[in-house]
Design a protein around this ligand. Structure first.
Ligand code: SF4
Ligand code: SF4
Ligand code: FES
Length: 491
């Protein structure tokens, strides 16, 4: 037996004014799950309420938050020091949440008058969506549901399941649009917490958007973006000299060559924030990286995939892959979280794709000077969840400034929400701006042009890219050295 001390959320809204945390020390078998801990606590304190049924990850009734993240209590190993909270849903008592308002709205099949048997292909298409155990972990983390009348990931999963089920008689595409299909920011949080790993953004939401597109139901602003891409190769209009207008095809490093990479700039850094991409070139160059920049590269297609408009996608993919392979490039670096996630997850590339944070931490960078500032890092969803990159940006930032952690949250810029559902996007950015103010930092640092642009519009604090922060550290270092050289010359 092993003893564990854990902290558990307690609240009985019928009796208590406010919630509290209670610490328990209990003994359970080695390898016990969180559910066993709760049973042991309950044996000592029968007033604790929690829900469970199968104990084997099948019924979905035991979902709680452990150290802030939703998990199934029966499938998660108990660890000393855990903090156990209810899901972020209305609490009935302690760890018991009210599931009924969500489950009561989930659509059910409305059979056709004539009998219909799904084909083998249709059964295969239904497979990725049918393992749901209705635990509501996905619903409890969805940022769009916090600010909008969005039915949420579980509803979207169910609409998609029914939309491709030949036995169902309803128009699920119109239902999904009514329920907020275009409000999802594709932050991927629902997918990452789902115990059954159901890929709701890609396998339900983006597919429903594609079906909506086939019926001419794409949002007009999304259709404008698709037209712009097919006419110019870029998802945002050019209103200044672009990054590609300003750089040669090859940027040689300042010192000895430590590596060679291709650079995929993406539409936002090319057309809207070219200076940020130029800053990144300086940082790569200072650290011995030769950068090859094919000028014929185009939009990666992410705005089209996320909004369900994939007609011209194969053409974009072919152009981008050819631009790098014809130059014999084996590693392509991007600094756009959305492009990186798309190139890594939606493309099949004959080259390796790396985010700029990965390459800089892998090669090991020259030490920058420290700046006397406190900064907060905003995790871009498509970097954190789309590429699993969490520690590298923090490692780089900590070289230059004091890093203050923010709660991890979507800023609302992704998934076509900023253009198609600006009120949802703005509401999420407003929440993010409040958290930034609360953190009391001078700057916000991120690593995605959409996040940087969007948070920059809504926050009072300047928002900078990680490579710009590093560059400022290098500039300070050069100034300090210049000062030292000047002093010794004077002496
Ligand atoms: S991807 Fe994000 S915004 Fe979309 S349904 Fe999932 S959690 Fe909600
Ligand atoms: S989709 Fe996944 S997280 Fe959401 S209710 Fe179903 S099993 Fe739970
Ligand atoms: S008790 Fe059934 S899934 Fe955990």
């Amino acid at each position: 037996m092993k003893r564990f001390t854990v902290t558990v959320y307690r609240h009985n809204p019928a009796k208590d004014q406010r919630s509290r945390y209670q610490t328990y020390t209990v003994a359970v078998e080695e390898g016990a799950r969180v559910l066993h801990l709760l049973h042991a606590i309950h044996a000592e304190d029968p007033s604790l309420s929690y829900r469970y049924c199968c104990g084997t990850g099948q019924c979905g009734s035991c979902a709680v938050r452990v150290n802030g993240e939703p998990v199934l209590a029966c499938m998660t190993e108990a660890r000393d020091g855990m903090v156990i909270d209810p899901l972020n849903l209305p609490v009935k008592k302690d760890l018991l949440v009210d599931m009924e308002p969500v489950l009561g709205k989930i659509a059910s099949i409305v059979p056709k008058d004539v009998e219909c048997i799904p084909s083998r292909d249709e059964v295969e298409a239904l497979k990725p969506l049918r393992s749901c155990i209705e635990c509501l972990a996905c619903v409890s983390v969805c940022p769009a549901m916090e600010v909008a009348e969005f039915a949420g990931p579980l509803s979207m999963k169910q609409e998609m399941r029914l939309a491709i089920d030949p036995r169902d008689s309803c128009d699920r595409i119109t239902d999904a649009i009514r329920d907020g299909l275009f409000m999802c920011t594709t932050c991927q949080y629902c997918w990452k917490v789902c115990p059954k790993k159901i890929e709701i953004p890609g396998k339900a939401i983006e597919k429903l958007r594609r079906m909506a597109n086939q019926r001419g139901l794409t949002l007009p602003r999304h259709a404008e973006v698709a037209t712009l891409i097919s006419e110019t190769g870029r998802s945002v209009p050019k209103n200044q000299p672009t990054f590609l207008d300003q750089v040669p095809e090859v940027i040689e490093p300042a010192g000895p060559v430590r590596g060679t990479v291709g650079f995929f700039v993406g539409c936002m850094y090319n057309n809207r924030l070219p200076q940020t991409a130029l800053d990144a070139m300086e940082v790569l160059s200072r650290n011995g990286i030769r950068v090859i920049i094919p000028h014929e590269q185009v939009c990666c297609g992410s705005p089209l995939i996320r909004t369900g408009q994939t007609d011209i996608l194969p053409d974009l993919m072919e152009k981008n892959i050819a631009a790098f392979t014809c130059r014999g490039i084996d590693t392509v670096v991007t600094m756009c979280a959305g492009c990186g996630s798309t190139l890594k997850n939606d493309y099949r590339t004959p080259f390796v794709v790396k985010d700029v944070n990965e390459i800089l931490t892998e090669i090991g960078i020259e030490e920058p000077a420290r700046l006397p500032i406190r900064v907060a890092y905003h995790d871009p969803c498509h970097l954190l969840r789309g590429q699993g990159i969490q520690k590298q940006p923090r490692e780089l930032i900590a070289r230059v400034a004091e890093l203050v952690e923010l709660p991890v949250k979507c800023c609302g810029a992704g998934g076509g929400t900023r253009s198609g559902q600006p009120e949802v996007s703005k509401a999420l950015a407003g929440k993010r701006a409040e958290e930034i103010e609360k953190a009391g930092v001078e700057w916000v640092i991120s690593s995605c042009p959409f996040c940087e642009f969007h948070i920059g519009e809504h926050s009072k604090r300047p928002v900078k890219n990680i490579t710009t922060l590093l560059l400022e550290g290098y500039r300070r270092k050069d100034q300090d050295r210049g000062g030292e050289a000047g002093e010794s010359a004077a002496a």
